[in-house]
Design a protein around this ligand. Structure first.
Ligand SMILES: *[C@@H]1O[C@H](CO)[C@@H](O)[C@H](O)[C@H]1NC(C)=O
Ligand SMILES: *[C@@H]1O[C@H](CO)[C@@H](O)[C@H](O)[C@H]1NC(C)=O
Length: 449
């Protein structure tokens, strides 16, 4: 295994670690674990109670959902899963693929910095394997923060992944490092080095490892690869593509990407970041207190334990929905309400405290600020074509500022980008709206052609 090639991120954090003597003392490490466990427990408890109150208030007092939840009878897209079977609740994604007549095969791959990550290939067993290997264009799907590959598939017949398989694409579902079960060739979860990463590593190690594996399997396929990403996945993609940050060694992998679809592009932060108390709390807490609260390794691991223990219960879907809708101000009015509990099975996943810091406290995300601080051109003449899918009600990100930049600043992108704006969609509707395929299906196919 090679040493990590990007030194800036890693060195920074090592400096932080070594100057902070308290954390190098084993007793202090145990203390920090205990305090952060207690603090995150309290934090979750607070948020949960607020969410519950907000949910009750919205549904029973304001009654703002009345008449807004889609009438499924009249929806042209009828069903998500075959109606004659009782659908199980399981954390095995291949079960949901099987329900709609597809298969899922899983590869464990190793990133250049030693993380073992899961890549899944989704396919139709009725299609000739050789044909699929040699002539179907591969598309890599990349999920958002705290989510996993399941988010593209849990809508069954109405999912983006199913739609693409049925249109003869070779679909690969990517999962970032750590996921449900953090694995590394050298470190275990208790080792701080297991958690010393943020968006840089996810862009420069995880995506290239996935692309390498796809190339390895599709030896006889001569075309290029496209990427479809959602939210944090778009951030990763743009980091990888942007010429202002790219380390030299991965150029070879970039040339093979020809098109990228960015669903709810998280390139500029939206107004929500300045409105939400919990974000402000996490943003403005002094560093030492922040570490006492959240530790220095994985971000609120108690969430993943709670998921494992409770995901089979109907309460799990409801509570996840309540909490996220409270935290991020979106709702399920445009979804198929029966699918909500399946959508949430495949989140949350393990991420590093460092990543959350990147999003909330570092160069990452702030209202109206871009993820890349370099004021020069981000893109060059070899940058792949982009399709932006933007929800008009998405306040977590600001899609208009990205459009603005592509239009007025990025001269190398002239005629190489397009966008679809759906006024009534918010951040997760670009994945889970009941009519997502009717709304963006044709634009997707047109663009990927
Ligand atoms: C398709 O590719 C896979 C992975 O390389 C390989 O195992 C399989 O044999 C190939 N199938 C055919 C029919 O060539
Ligand atoms: C949750 O369950 C999965 C298997 O379904 C396992 O790999 C993972 O380690 C478990 N996570 C926790 C936090 O127990």
């Amino acid at each position: 295994m090679r040493e990590p090639l990007i030194s800036s991120g890693t060195t920074q954090s090592f400096n932080r670690m070594s100057t902070n003597n308290a954390w190098s003392n084993p007793l202090a490490t145990i203390c920090i674990k205990i305090t952060s466990a207690i603090c995150s427990f309290l934090f979750i408890g607070f948020i949960f109670n607020f969410s519950l109150c907000a949910h009750i208030y919205n549904s029973y007092i304001l009654r703002e959902n009345i008449g807004k939840i889609r009438d499924l009878e009249s929806s042209p897209q009828s069903i998500a899963y075959p109606q004659d079977i009782k659908i199980k609740v399981t954390s095995d994604l291949s079960y949901y693929a099987g329900l709609i007549g597809l298969r899922l095969i899983e590869y464990e791959i190793i990133t250049e910095d030693g993380f073992i990550i899961t890549l899944q290939r989704l396919y139709d067993p009725n299609i000739d394997e050789k044909k699929r290997n040699n002539s179907f264009k591969p598309i890599l799907l990349l999920h958002g923060l705290m989510q996993s590959s399941g988010s593209f598939l849990t809508s069954g017949y109405k999912s983006i992944a199913y739609f693409l398989v049925k249109n003869n694409y070779d679909i690969w579902l990517g999962n970032n490092r750590c996921g449900f079960n953090p694995k590394h060739v050298k470190y275990n979860s208790n080792n701080h080095k297991m958690w010393d990463w943020d968006l840089d590593e996810m862009a420069y190690y995880d995506i290239p490892a996935m692309i390498k594996q796809i190339k390895l399997i599709k030896l006889n396929y001569n075309g290029k690869i496209s990427i479809i990403s959602h939210s944090q996945g778009t951030t990763q993609t743009i980091y990888l593509l942007s010429n202002s940050r790219k380390p030299n060694n991965i150029i070879e992998n970039i040339d093979i990407i020809d098109k990228c679809v960015l669903l709810a592009p998280a390139i500029y932060g939206g107004p929500l970041l300045n409105e939400k108390l919990f974000i402000k709390f996490m943003r403005f807490l002094p560093n030492g207190v922040y570490e006492m609260f959240f530790g220095i390794n994985s971000f609120m691991p108690v969430l993943m334990h709670m998921r494992n223990l409770t995901y089979k219960s109907p309460m799990f879907g409801l509570s996840s929905y309540m909490v996220f809708s409270y935290l991020f101000d979106w709702n399920d009015y445009l979804w198929d309400a029966n699918l909500r509990r399946y959508h949430f099975i495949f989140s949350p996943v393990f991420v590093s405290v460092k990543l959350m810091k990147w999003w909330l406290r570092g160069q990452g995300f702030a209202m109206n600020k871009p993820i890349i601080s370099n004021p020069d051109y981000w893109f060059n003449e070899n940058t792949p074509e982009l399709l932006l899918v933007i929800g008009g009600k998405d306040d977590l990100v600001n899609g208009d500022l990205f459009i603005n930049r592509l239009m007025h600043k990025e001269i190398n992108m002239k005629d190489k980008w397009h966008y679809v704006k759906i006024p009534e969609y918010s951040h997760l509707d670009v994945l889970w709206a009941d009519d997502i395929i009717e709304t963006i299906g044709n634009s997707l196919l047109e663009f990927l052609k």
